[in-house]
Design a protein around this ligand. Structure first.
Ligand SMILES: Cc1cc2nc3c(=O)[nH]c(=O)nc-3n(C[C@H](O)[C@H](O)[C@H](O)COP(=O)(O)OP(=O)(O)OC[C@H]3O[C@@H](n4cnc5c(N)ncnc54)[C@H](O)[C@@H]3O)c2cc1C
Length: 797
């Protein structure tokens, strides 16, 4: 009988088994996995179990590389070998130049993680996969390590190793309830008795929300029905003399891999179906949904057109099972928002390939508080209050219908939109606004040059280039106004508030009323956790402002560090207020026309804050600038947002005030060397590596200080001028020196005031000096670049 464990993992699919195994690897052997049935009786047993290295960012590529290395090692374990078709190779097809350029970028990004992809033409695709015909095909991305694994054997192998290391696996034991004690530990109720646990992990697959409900949370996870067919043997495969590479087709929405001497063909049909939205039969275990071949006929025809040999053989098996999705397609791996000692690893839609890596990163988070990579792209806190299961289902359908069609830069797909709006969204839309989304918030990107304007989706500079440039120039020479929707804002009060924040931030904390300061929060490893604008209002109120997506993340981090005897209260005002920014040399005149008072430089200096009225609306004005121009952030309660906007627009008429959007802001912030959270500000790098040494004060005590004192910087953030004008260097692109990868781009865009193609990148130490010549891969081609002063534009703030 097991009555207690440090960690209880609920669910024995790939997610749970991988987590359990990796916990033991990270030193936590007092761990128990509880499974309601047999291991792999959820989705895992019937998975097509393809294992690719392809990912949309370096964290995903890195964790998939871990899976591949681990699975290879397991398959070669003499005591318990498992079936793994390692390195059959795989091709992601393309029929447009834009897709090919995307693949070139992804290949460059993967190179930085030590992974070599190859972009090949149509003839080479057909040479490597003899079943393919090349009609309408341009080429594809070759992943040499692509393969597939036996899912049941994989989970048994992981569980076996975990058991050997001291962990336990309890089968046929449904978890029926979870009770959290005041000390944040848990009682895990099962049909066969309770188990005390310090930490619980929800690895419940399509049942994750049954487990979520036991702890009072709803996870943004929804399931889709997903089918594949198994064909009879195909002669050309028998004759080929080698295994068939895997195919993933964004043109006709299917994948295929070799199964015995036939093919397994899976479908992402347009007429797809959610699954389990109205509850899941408790007896659905080791089960499938009824075959539904009609639904995928059109998609199947697409596969037959590309591989005519399929049409010559029969189908002997159909598999139709539930597969989980989240709002953005990436899983939820990490701390459950608003809960202590509770983690999840769920929403995996490619869990067999990725599960090894996700369990690895999750075990590190549980054991050490942080993983080797920045895990924001899989962090359950990246969605906030809007993230219902209903919304997830809408996004899941959209994602499923576009399974292999990657997002282009600035592509924001329509399902579920608008999710979060301000009272101004419709007003700005009526003015011609084009919107993207930031954490669900509709955010103005630019004003369309014509009502029917459609932006091209491309990795190059797009047809919105001149429009964005015009907005930048309008701000630079006159005045612009924009809305920053969803900016995160906490009000922190209590007699201990400043001391608490002082401890949480690594630099000098601005404590003076009427003043604003920029602060950085480090994790216990001394790496960058968060960035906050700390603003001191009257009555001892402190406003903590941070990126729109950071609300749940920063709230958890702050609240978890309040001491029991500390007088500190935190409440979120994120959904109650919006920022209007006015920027440009005429912005002071605009403000003076809309708000009474002396707004001269002497009366209202850089980093000053004042409570005032714009028109009749009470606002807080801060003299800060992300553009480098003279600028004011006006924080407005949403109830008065429209009125304040009208007052500013009216005051701005005499000063040429013009609407601008976030794409203009992006261009201007790069010219100023300002950083973005989760682009440059990552848990992988310290403030020293991120050129933030002036924001560190080692004379005081702060969270992460001890680790930072021992930290040896390995890289340095630099600004690069890239010698081309057809495309930006996108985040993830490799930086080269003497033919070797020496760094990675974090952000890149055109500087419209300076006429420079600018990128920020982390590069190896020794290569950070101004004038250093390097190469940056732009659309996969090496382009000359040189390190320049990060203040590319002087500004007049
Ligand atoms: C047809 C199909 C093809 C696929 N092909 C691929 C592919 O080629 N490559 C790939 O990478 N992925 C593929 N996937 C996806 C992949 O199979 C899943 O991402 C993965 O299996 C999910 O694993 P999991 O551990 O999260 O969930 P599951 O396998 O569902 O495991 C969850 C476990 O939790 C248990 N559980 C639930 N509630 C409780 C409770 N209250 N108490 C105790 N235990 C509980 C369940 O019994 C279950 O065993 C495919 C999926 C489908 C449907």
């Amino acid at each position: 009988m097991v009555s207690s464990a440090k960690v209880v993992v609920i669910g024995g699919g790939i997610a749970g088994c991988s987590t359990l195994y990796h916990l033991t690897q990270e030193g936590i052997t007092d761990a128990v996995l509880i499974e309601r049935d047999e291991l792999t009786s959820g989705t895992t047993w019937h998975s097509a179990a393809q294992v690719t290295n392809f990912g949309m960012n370096q964290t995903m590529v890195g964790l998939k590389s871990h899976s591949i290395a681990l699975y290879k090692e397991l398959s070669e374990d003499a005591d318990y070998p498992i079936n793994y078709h390692h390195a059959d190779g795989g091709i992601r097809l393309a029929n447009t130049q834009e897709q090919m350029e995307g693949y070139r970028h992804f290949a460059s990004m993967a190179k930085g993680m030590g992974v070599e992809f190859e972009v090949i033409d149509a003839e080479e695709c057909a040479r490597r996969h003899p079943l393919l015909v090349t009609d309408g095909l341009l080429g594809g991305l070759w992943d040499p390590l692509d393969g597939d694994i036996d899912p049941a054997q994989l989970c048994q192998a992981l569980a076996r190793r975990a058991r050997k290391a001291g962990a336990k696996v309890l089968r046929h034991r449904p978890v029926t309830g979870l009770t959290q004690r005041p000390d944040h530990s848990w009682i895990v109720h099962t049909e066969q008795g309770d188990i005390d646990a310090e930490i619980v992990v929800n690895a419940g697959g399509y049942r994750c929300n049954e487990i979520g409900a036991m702890m009072g949370v709803s996870l943004p996870v929804a399931s889709m029905e997903h089918q594949y067919f198994l064909t009879e043997p195909i002669k050309a495969i028998e004759d080929a003399g080698h295994r068939m590479p895997l195919i993933r087709c964004p043109i006709s929405d299917y994948y295929s891999r070799q199964e015995k001497n036939g093919l397994l063909i899976g479908f992402y049909e347009q007429g797809c179906k959610t699954w389990g939205m109205d509850g899941i039969d408790p007896n659905f275990s080791n089960s499938l949904s009824p075959d539904d071949p009609e639904r995928v006929i059109e998609t199947f025809e697409g596969a037959m057109a590309r591989m005519p040999a399929i049409g010559e053989v029969g189908i002997h098996t159909i598999v139709n099972g539930p597969i989980t999705y989240t709002i953005d397609g990436a899983p939820l791996v990490g701390p459950i928002p608003g809960k202590r000692n509770a983690f999840c690893i769920t929403g995996l839609r490619a869990g067999l390939g990725e599960g090894g890596g996700h369990g690895w990163l999750l075990a590190q988070m549980i054991a050490h508080g942080e993983a080797v990579y920045d895990t924001w792209c899989i962090d359950p806190r990246r969605f906030t209050g809007h993230a219902s299961v209903e919304l997830t289902a809408l996004k899941a359908i959209e994602d499923y219908q576009n399974e292999f069609r990657f997002h282009f830069p600035h592509e924001h797909r329509p399902a579920g939109r608008p999710m979060k709006t301000t009272p101004l969204t419709a007003v700005l839309e009526a003015e011609g606004g084009h919107f993207g989304t930031v954490n669900g918030w509709e955010r103005l990107e630019y004003v369309k040059p014509a009502p029917d304007f459609e932006e091209d989706h491309s990795f190059r500079f797009t047809n919105a280039f001149d429009t964005i440039g015009d907005e930048v120039r309008a701000v630079q020479s006159g005045a612009g106004i924009t809305e920053v929707s969803g900016f995160n804002r906490f009000e922190i009060t209590g007699s201990g508030a400043h001391d608490f924040l002082d401890r949480m931030t690594c630099g000098r904390l601005q404590r003076n009323e009427g003043r604003v300061g920029l602060s950085y929060l480090l994790n216990h490893q001394g790496m960058i956790k968060a960035e906050a604008t700390v603003a001191n209002l009257s009555g001892g109120r402190i406003w903590y402002g941070s990126a729109a997506a950071s609300e749940f993340h920063d709230m958890d981090w702050l609240t978890q560090h309040i001491e029991a005897d500390e007088d500190v209260q935190i409440r979120s005002l994120t959904n109650d207020m919006t920022i209007l920014v006015i920027a440009g040399p005429n912005s002071r005149d605009v403000l003076s026309g809309a708000a009474r008072g002396d707004w001269s430089n002497e009366a209202f200096k850089w980093l000053a804050l004042r409570e005032a009225h714009v028109g009749h609306v009470p606002v807080v004005v801060m003299r800060v600038s992300f553009s480098g121009e003279l600028a004011y952030e006006i924080h407005v309660p949403n109830s008065g947002l429209h009125a304040a906007y009208k007052a500013l627009r009216e005051a701005g008429e005499a000063h040429g005030l013009r609407l601008f959007g976030s794409r203009a802001v992006e261009s201007m912030r790069l010219e100023m060397g300002f950083m973005h959270w989760k682009a440059e500000l990552l848990t992988e790098f310290s403030p020293y590596e991120t050129a933030l040494a002036p924001f560190v004060k080692m004379e005081k005590d702060f969270t992460g200080k001890e680790a930072l004192a021992k930290h040896e910087p390995k890289v340095k953030l630099v600004t690069l001028e890239v010698d081309c004008d057809h495309a930006p260097a996108h985040g993830g692109a490799s930086v080269l020196h003497e033919g070797r990868v020496v760094g990675t781009v974090s952000s890149g865009d055109w500087g419209h005031r300076t006429g420079k193609n600018i990128a920020m990148a982390f590069v190896e130490l020794g290569l950070e000096s101004e004038g250093q010549e390097l190469f940056v891969e732009v659309l996969g081609a090496a382009v000359k670049a040189s390190v320049i002063n990060p203040r590319v534009y002087e500004g007049s703030r």
